[in-house]
Structure formats: structure tokens, C-alpha cells
Design a protein around this ligand. Structure first.
Ligand code: HEM
Ligand SMILES: *[C@@H]1O[C@H](CO)[C@@H](O)[C@H](O)[C@H]1NC(C)=O
Ligand SMILES: *[C@@H]1O[C@H](CO)[C@@H](O)[C@H](O)[C@H]1NC(C)=O
Ligand SMILES: *[C@@H]1O[C@H](CO)[C@@H](O)[C@H](O)[C@H]1NC(C)=O
Ligand SMILES: *[C@@H]1O[C@H](CO)[C@@H](O)[C@H](O)[C@H]1NC(C)=O
Ligand SMILES: *[C@@H]1O[C@H](CO)[C@@H](O)[C@H](O)[C@H]1NC(C)=O
Length: 336
């Protein structure tokens, strides 16, 4: 049912594209399906980019691992209910929100979004949506980690629905094989190439040890190591995440250049060092392997495609025009 809902939204989006082509005939429809624009806040909040960039820079200077969670937040926001800031909403007495989905989604750094929002509410009150803050923060996390830059499309409005059950059914599990990942991405209108390109986000950031142990401890009764994982790497992970597992301990997703947004992730995949099954599977299916090989060999190609894939991800199920709202606080929906 949730998936059906997402597909319906995508259908609406393609109608928008069509309507834009027939602009003079269908102005009424165009009005309803206002598209995102890179200059959406240029007159209403000219300091927006600076506020987002400086806040993230100040956090990164204190903690180099604080940027990656913002990139992941964008993925989780867009995959569930569309890019509408639903990932930021706190649970209430009546509702368990996406961020508290069981098993725990391990998202972090919501405080950075709160800080940005607080400054924006002073500079340009009730103007910038929380959904757009996530989109901008994700771009900054990439740029400030050495990755490519791009103009972020803006004008999303915030949703009022955030359900843990949606996060559980819509976000791909780490055990996913290539077919289920391809299907999950296709459901929201993204291609195999988008899947491989966006998975390149795992070139920065950390995973909790507990989320990774299945690959190298107790994989089966006779051998604790997943045979598809590089043995040297598996033994390294056992040293980095020793038993008993510390629930706070984290380990780099890219063991070689963990803080640098580069193409090392793809070279890791080619020597069986994808930390999750959802990573390593990309190198064992011909449909995704072609892109893994391409990016492993050509950083310009990855740096050209990553922004385009982020822009497509950022268009999923967006609320624009009169739908949704501009939240006053990113953690709570506005009082009606
Ligand atoms: C394709 C399916 C994907 C799966 C199954 C997956 C799963 C995960 C998991 C389990 C973690 C570790 C979380 C933790 O234990 O703290 C993680 C981290 C991360 N993911 Fe993904 N992910 C996927 C795709 C993506 C995409 C598309 C993006 C962004 C475009 C992304 C960005 C990140 C980042 C940046 C981190 C590091 C977060 C941190 O340092 O706290 N992932 N992912
Ligand atoms: C929870 O639901 C009850 C009954 O449906 C309602 O009276 C109450 O206001 C709700 N509380 C919140 C925090 O939404
Ligand atoms: C996830 O679980 C940890 C440990 O139980 C807890 O500290 C954290 O607040 C939880 N995060 C979310 C978003 O539910
Ligand atoms: C466990 O994994 C090893 C290594 O791949 C394999 O040789 C063995 O057959 C597996 N054992 C069982 C019981 O599945
Ligand atoms: C495992 O990783 C090492 C580098 O650490 C590499 O030399 C080796 O070829 C890899 N093995 C496999 C099977 O990919
Ligand atoms: C690498 O990718 C860029 C951008 O797509 C392309 O222009 C260039 O020709 C590629 N280089 C090689 C060696 O294939």
C-alpha cells in the first residue's frame, strides 16, 4: 500500500513534466505541480547557503565524522514519504516516527539540522522548509568531504506524516541482494545506475559494529565469515569490532579513505571489501558491475553522475506549491 502510494506520486510527477512541455495549454496543471528551482530562496533567504555551509564546517572541524550522517539522512528522508523532512519528526505519545523505527535506524546529527533551522528562523522566519535544509546539508557534507558540488533544487514543503512502519517497509535492508535493491530503487523511479552511484555515498561515514557483525562473526555454524567478504578485511573487522560487541562502537564504511569523498568505495567493492551485502552485491551482478568498474577507474565520471543522481533522488515524492507546510521546528509538525 505504501509502495503504491509512492508510485502514484511518481505518476503525478511525470504528468508535471508533460504539463511543462504543454505550458501554454495547461497553465492550471502547472500551477498545481510547481517544480523545484535552484534559486527558490534567492530573494526570500539570501543567507541560506552560507548558514548551512558554515554550520556544517564548524561541526566538521570538531568532528570529522559528523558530515556523513547528513548525507544518509537525505536518503532516508526521500525514500520514505518522499523528500519532505518526515525523517526529522520526533515520535509523540500517539505516533512512533520514522527515526525511531525498529530496528533502530541509527541516524545521527539531528542537532545540526536544529541548529541550522534556528539560525534560519532568525534570518528569514518561516521561509525555508526542513526538507530543503536536509537537501542542502547533504550537498555540503559531500563538498566539505572533497566531493563534487552542484546547485541543489529547492522549494520542497514539509510533510506532516512520519511513521516508523513506513521506514521499516521502504528502506532496503543491508542483507539485500542486487535484485531487491534494483527493485527498491525502481519503485521510486531510480535506475540501476542511480543505485550504484548513490551507494557511492558509502565512501564516507561509519557503521555501528553491531550492524556489520553478521558478515564476519557467526555467519554460519562452521565458518564465521561470509565467503563473499575479503578474508583479510574480515579479520581486520574482527579486530576493529571485537567481542563482546560494544553497542556504541563504529567502523569506517570505506576502510581505505574513510573521510574522503572519492571513488575508493568502488575499488573496495572490486576486492570484496563492501561492508554490507547490499554493497558487495553490486560487484557480483553484471547490471551494476559495469558502473562499479566505470567509477572505480574514472573519478570524473563519478563526480559527474553523483550530483545528477542526488538531484533525481531529491525529486522523489516532493510536496510543492500549496501542499505541505513550512515547519517552524523540524522535529514537530505545525499546530493547525
Ligand atoms: C542501497 C541501500 C543502502 C543500504 C542497505 C544502506 C545501509 C546503511 C547502513 C546499515 C549504514 C550504517 C548505519 C549505522 O550502523 O550507523 C549506512 C551508513 C551510511 N549510509 Fe547507507 N545504505 C544504503 C544506501 C545509501 C545511500 C543511497 C546513501 C546516500 C546517498 C547512503 C549514505 C550513507 C552514509 C553517508 C552512511 C554513514 C552514516 C554515518 O556515518 O553515520 N546509504 N548505510
Ligand atoms: C493522541 O490521541 C488522543 C486521542 O485520539 C488525542 O486526544 C490526543 O490529543 C493525541 N495526542 C497527541 C500528542 O497528538
Ligand atoms: C537508537 O538506539 C540507541 C541505543 O538504544 C539510542 O541511544 C538512540 O537514541 C536511538 N535512536 C533513535 C533515533 O531511536
Ligand atoms: C559455512 O561457510 C563456509 C564458507 O563459505 C562453507 O564452506 C560451509 O559450507 C558453510 N557451512 C554451512 C553449514 O552452511
Ligand atoms: C583482499 O584484499 C587484498 C588487499 O587488502 C587484495 O590484495 C586481495 O586480492 C583481496 N582478495 C580478494 C579475494 O578479493
Ligand atoms: C571519464 O569520465 C569523463 C566524464 O564522463 C569522460 O569525459 C572521460 O572521457 C572519461 N575518461 C576515460 C579515460 O574514460
Amino acid at each position: 500500500m505504501d509502495r503504491y502510494f509512492v508510485v502514484m506520486k511518481l505518476r503525478k510527477r511525470s504528468k508535471c513534466v508533460l504539463a511543462a512541455g504543454l505550458l501554454f495549454l495547461l497553465t492550471a496543471t502547472v500551477g498545481k505541480c510547481q517544480v523545484l528551482r535552484t534559486d527558490f530562496y534567492s530573494s526570500t533567504c539570501p543567507t541560506l547557503n552560507t548558514i548551512v555551509a558554515t554550520t556544517i564546517a564548524s561541526h566538521l572541524s570538531k568532528d570529522i565524522t559528523s558530515g556523513a550522517p547528513l548525507l544518509r539522512m537525505f536518503f532516508h528522508d526521500c525514500f520514505v514519504q518522499g523528500c519532505d523532512g518526515s525523517v526529522l519528526i520526533d515520535s509523540t505519545a500517539n505516533n512512533t516516527a520514522e527515526k525511531n523505527a525498529e530496528p533502530n535506524q541509527t541516524l545521527r546529527q539531528f542537532n545540526i539540522i536544529d541548529e541550522i533551522k534556528a539560525q534560519l528562523e532568525k534570518a528569514c522566519p518561516r521561509v525555508v522548509s526542513c526538507a530543503d535544509i536536509i537537501a542542502l546539508a547533504a550537498r555540503e557534507a559531500v563538498v566539505q568531504s572533497g566531493g563534487p558540488s552542484w546547485n541543489v533544487e529547492l522549494g520542497r514543503r514539509d510533510g506532516r506524516i512520519s511513521r516508523a512502519s513506513d521506514a521499516l517497509t521502504l528502506l532496503p535492508p543491508t542483507r539485500s541482494d542486487s535484485q531487491s535493491l534494483i527493485d527498491d530503487f525502481e519503485t521510486i523511479g531510480l535506475s540501476v545506475q542511480d543505485l550504484v552511484t548513490l551507494s557511492g555515498a558509502h565512501t564516507i561515514g561509519r557503521a555501528h559494529c553491531f550492524a556489520t557483525v553478521r558478515r564476519y562473526i557467526g555467519f554460519n555454524s562452521t565458518n564465521g565469515i561470509d565467503p563473499t567478504l575479503n578474508l583479510t578485511y574480515a579479520l581486520q573487522l574482527r579486530r576493529l569490532c571485537p567481542l563482546p560487541i560494544n553497542m556504541q562502537a563504529r567502523v569506517a564504511l570505506d576502510p581505505v579513505t574513510p573521510n574522503l569523498f572519492d571513488t575508493q568505495y568502488y575499488r573496495d567493492l572490486l576486492v570484496n571489501k563492501g561492508i554490507f551485502t547490499s554493497d558487495s552485491t553490486l560487484a557480483s551482478d553484471e547490471r551494476s558491475l559495469v558502473f562499479v568498474r566505470e567509477y572505480a577507474a574514472n573519478q570524473s565520471s563519478f563526480f559527474e553522475q553523483f550530483p545528477l543522481a542526488m538531484i533525481r533522488l531529491g525529486q522523489v515524492g516532493v510536496k510543492t506549491g500549496a501542499s505541505g507546510e513550512i515547519r517552524k521546528k523540524c522535529r514537530v509538525v505545525n499546530k493547525l
